[in-house]
Design a protein around this ligand. Sequence first.
Ligand code: NAD
Ligand code: UD1
Length: 336
Amino acid sequence: MSILITGGAGYIGSHTCLCLIEKGYDVVVIDNLDNASDESLKRVTRLTGKEIPFYEEDVRNTDKVIEIIGKHNVDSVIHFAGLKAVGESVAKPLMYYENNLVSTVHLAEAMEKTGVKKLIFSSSATVYSQNNIVPLTEEGNLGCTNPYGWTKLMNEQILRDAAKAHPDWSIVLLRYFNPVGAHESGTIGEDPSGTPNNLMPYVSQTAVGRRDHLTVYGDDYDTHDGTGVRDYIHVMDLAMGHVAAVEYASRFNGCDAINLGTGVGYSVLDMVKAFEKANGLKIPYVIGPRRPGDIATVYSNPEKAARLLGWKAERTLEDMCRDQWNWQKNNPNGYR
Ligand code: NAD
Ligand code: UD1
């Protein structure tokens, strides 16, 4: 039995492959390498000593997915594949809807045709609308402000309907908060193409000299220091959350949304200071205007994950900052 990992060469997918292999699972990866390099999987092989069957394929190619499921005796799927840049999704909404929705529909069709019944889907805290109180529970109001977010919410609906039509299916919608950091070895990590949109890759690229300085997007929010507060989670904790979700999918039928976060919020300046302290570095920064679409404070209530998955995040803020830098300093230009 294998687990099919779509988008497995990417940031979260490669770390999840590593954790699954270490737990004794067989994995097979499909990735079109649109936003990744297969070097990540070669490095996972180096770390685990296990070859990963890899197909440079598009998930929208249903016939190929069906062939791979049959060949590798696939029993469950983790669906990471998708485009994820918020700004790009505003500029190219149709590309985002086409890639992110069609890939999920075709993948679910391939599951129907082959009898695979378990799916873990990469959703996001971005599906929560702005009029919620924190910490966010899974019952929070839903709604998005950009096409990327809508693809996540629409995919959740598509999968809820698929699970209703197939009462023996198990679908877990994992709503990630803010993944950061890298594997402790510094061998695999996040390798964003172009200028990073997210905070921590920007911080570590500033530290390594690829960026002059960080711009802090606003210091007039209603938070303890005026800068935005988020729930940063170590990518290895997030990866372990997928292992727990695969196990949970064997114990339940239906479709359920679960937050993967730490339950603790840190501000932008908290993160800068923690990164400086953990690594003995200085991060030059300037205060700029707010980024459109941002809100003051987002963090999770992680109790449902603890109750249903038996999982909680274990790594500290210091671990996140140390591992982020360990990856960046060993790989100043990512996988290139
Ligand atoms: P990533 O870009 O590193 O990984 C996604 C992978 O999917 C890439 O390797 C890309 O080449 C591949 N891909 C995209 N479209 C494909 C297609 N049609 N067929 C085959 N492969 C395809 O991103 P990530 O950070 O690892 O995120 C993984 C998933 O988690 C994404 O769905 C993302 O939207 C979601 N997510 C990420 C974050 C985050 O902050 N990183 C937060 C919430 C949710
Ligand atoms: C962003 C996306 C969200 C996506 C998430 C994970 C937007 C509006 N939201 O969320 O849809 O699910 O990433 O990929 O893009 N910051 C700076 N300077 C920077 C970068 C960020 O000050 O150069 C601040 C932001 O204003 C925010 C915090 O750092 O307060 C975290 O930002 P980011 O890493 O982009 O994550 P989110 O805003 O939570």
